[in-house]
Design a protein around this ligand. Structure first.
Ligand SMILES: *Cc1c(COP(=O)(O)O)cnc(C)c1O
Length: 381
């Protein structure tokens, strides 16, 4: 086998580092020389740059996407007895932060084509919980795999029912929705700079976006232990700050980000063409007409029951792949006390059995993509 094919990475951070090595190294060096390691000018520069990029008024750097989500809920005063509507088909962090505050996630099903939360299912859940005397306070839609959820419909439902909306944009920074950017579509939004995300750093980091100045001030205090002035604490908070070195890395990568998004889109198109020609049984990702996808994951559906065969074949050829996500959140042991029975969210459960994410990043080559699709095709013969 050709060597570079066996070296294939699911997300190739080495190639990215080699391409921007000088810029990243000197950005890190500048932070070391400045002696300012937590928050400070570099973090502020990143906040300004990303607020501008998204068209959001305020941006608040955080220690991770998870902490960003947690801070948003804290700023809304979420606690025991409160209920938050979200999707069961996401990374655990989305719902984990709800239970961390003693509130209850109310899972609703997803759309089969985009894997994003269904606005109709949200409406139904609100009616159901109102009748039962539940206290729904907000909605956390996830813009999964890099494609925004139906944000206008979700915002309209939220307005009607006086709920807040936090877009979990941890996978969708840079995506557009009706010509606006992800992170600037709802009352609050959170993205993540985890290394494997489309815009990643070299550790943990995240950012919250909002147009509400009071809320931004609250979030800024809460990320520093609820501190307004030095050692004065008017509210509860956490250690939720962004490090300057991580901000510097993101700033360096941001210069190349639009180019990388184009490369990702091109790679997705290539996969789409190869797969539809060679293996029409495999369902390629569906991006709605009014939005763009940043392909945090390039995720296909393998016809029911065949995914294990495909994974085995890819493993044998040293082609990395992943399942995002194999077990919907309502079926996770950690949420067993919510007592949401298996079978109650069938679209998410079916997706969990069928999805498969293929290697995707801005530096993937045509040759590598052909090898991936060939393996997929051979496995399904
Ligand atoms: C990565 C991710 C998170 C968590 O972000 P971290 O920075 O790793 O804490 C939350 N939600 C979704 C959908 C994610 O993909």
């Amino acid at each position: 086998m050709i060597k570079h094919l066996t070296d294939m990475k699911f997300i190739d951070l080495d190639r990215q580092y080699r391409a921007y090595r000088q810029e990243i190294n000197s950005a890190i060096q500048a932070v070391l020389d400045s002696g300012q390691f937590i928050l400070g000018d570099t973090v502020r520069a990143l906040e300004d740059a990303l607020a501008r990029f998204t068209g959001s008024r305020f941006a608040v750097g955080t220690s991770s996407g998870t902490d960003g989500l947690l801070l948003c809920l804290m700023a809304q005063g979420i606690g025991p007895g409160d209920e938050i509507i979200t999707t069961p088909f996401t990374f655990i962090a989305t719902a984990e932060v709800i239970t961390m505050l003693g509130a209850t996630p109310q899972f609703v099903d997803i759309q089969p084509d985009t894997f994003n939360i269904s606005p109709e299912a949200i409406e139904q859940k609100i009616k159901e919980r109102k009748k039962a005397g539940g206290r729904i306070r907000g909605i956390i839609p996830v813009s999964l795999y890099g494609q925004c959820a139906d944000m206008d419909e979700i915002n309209a439902i939220a307005r009607e029912n006086r709920l807040f909306v936090v877009e979990d944009a941890c996978q969708s920074f840079g995506a557009t929705y009706r010509k606006r950017y992800s992170c600037a579509l709802s009352s609050m939004a959170v993205t993540s700079f985890f290394p494997s995300k489309p815009l990643g750093c070299y550790g943990d980091g995240g950012m919250i976006f909002t147009d509400d100045e009071t809320l931004a001030d609250t979030l800024k205090a809460m990320r520093v232990h609820g501190q307004n002035r030095r050692y004065r604490h008017d509210m509860k908070g956490i250690n939720g700050r962004l490090d300057a070195i991580q901000a510097a890395v993101v700033l360096a990568k941001l210069k190349h980000f639009r180019e990388e998004l184009q490369a990702r889109e091109l790679a997705a198109k290539r996969y789409n063409n190869l797969i539809s020609e060679q293996i029409p049984d495999v369902q390629i990702p569906h991006t709605k007409r009014d939005r763009t996808c940043v392909y945090a994951q390039y995720t296909v559906r393998i016809p029911d029951g065949r995914r294990d065969d495909v994974v085995k074949e890819l493993e044998q050829r040293a082609i990395p792949c992943a399942v995002h996500y194999p077990l919907p959140l309502h079926m996770q042991k950690v949420f067993a006390q919510l007592q949401v029975p298996e079978g109650s969210l069938p679209v998410a459960e079916k997706a969990a059995r069928e999805v498969l994410s293929l290697p995707m990043h801005a530096f993937i080559t045509e040759q590598e993509q052909e090898a991936v699709v060939k393996a997929l095709s051979d496995a399904l013969k």
